[in-house]
Design a protein around this ligand. Structure first.
Ligand SMILES: O=C(O)CCC(=O)C(=O)O
Length: 276
């Protein structure tokens, strides 16, 4: 495994790094099973409008085979504890705290998979509102997205170091007219099963996955307490997030991060309201 300092350095400079997560290998069959159930439930509940399912802009059909992901896998409807636990496997918490400091705020947990009936295409963007996509964010210790691959994938396209700078005029076409075109400087990291891609989603990035490939990825977001929010991103403040039994089942790392989220929601006076 690479030295933690090297990974942190690469994350800060390039906006991403890939690390092995050794604990995943031995429980991978259990995780894959749980993930299949997650897809089944998310597609069924998503087509009824009960959970937030992700589909291509071009797809109007719902149900089995038509989604590429779902939000909030920690919600009571979708929760499988083993899928939440993996984000606390070494060395993920250590890398995150080296990047963000000891107080980190949980921003969400999602599942992403390969759609069965169409290829997954996601446009170039930064994880902010479209009107901010031209602008970089010089605070390279503000946010980490962890993408844990349960099957090998080469899905996320990244323009290295683009988080630190604004787009140059020649790049504007990628967020306007040529939203899926290859970028001359892009890299597409290979993430073997049992590895994680850590991404600063202020990098210019996009994603693509053929329906002939099997994708099974868990996405978790973390921010540094005190860092500027992603514009347009709301604090998640569901009542169940502070349910004592739910919290008692989480690892220390995840529980602390969720408690930071709850505190921030409370500071904003949004304790009990549902706010997707
Ligand atoms: O599919 C992926 O892993 C990337 C998704 C992404 O960029 C997003 O949800 O903003």
């Amino acid at each position: 495994m690479n030295d933690i300092q090297d990974l942190v350095f690469q994350f800060l400079e390039d906006g991403f790094c890939v690390t092995q997560v050794p604990g995943i290998a031995e429980i991978r069959p259990k995780l894959l099973n749980a993930f299949s159930e997650l897809i089944r439930d998310a597609e069924e509940l998503g087509s009824k409008g009960c959970v937030k399912i992700r589909k291509s802009d071009l797809v109007t059909t719902s149900g089995h085979g038509w989604s590429w992901g779902c939000d909030h896998i920690h919600s009571p409807e979708l929760r499988r504890q083993c899928l939440l636990d993996v984000v606390s496997f070494a060395p993920i918490p250590t890398i995150i705290t080296h990047i963000l400091g000891s107080r980190v705020r949980f921003c969400g947990a999602h599942g992403h998979w390969s759609p069965t009936f169409y290829d997954y295409y996601l446009h170039w963007h930064r994880d902010t509102r479209p009107e901010h996509w031209e602008k970089g964010n010089p605070d390279n210790r503000s946010h980490v997205q962890v993408i844990i691959a349960l099957e090998e994938e080469s899905v996320v396209w990244i323009v290295p170091a683009s988080h630190l700078r604004n787009l140059i005029p020649l790049e504007k076409k990628f967020i306007t007219t040529n939203k899926h075109d290859p970028h001359p400087d892009q890299v597409i990291p290979r993430v073997p099963a049992g590895y994680a891609l850590l991404l600063n989603t202020y990098t210019l990035h996009r994603a693509q996955c053929s329906s002939f490939r099997i994708r099974r990825a868990l996405h978790f977001g973390f921010s540094r307490v005190g860092s500027k929010h992603e514009p347009g991103r709301k604090i998640k403040a569901w009542a169940w997030l502070k349910d004592v039994e739910f919290l008692s089942k989480q690892t220390d790392f995840l529980r602390e991060a969720i408690l930071e989220e709850i505190c921030e929601a409370a500071d904003q006076g949004r304790y009990d309201r549902e706010c997707i």
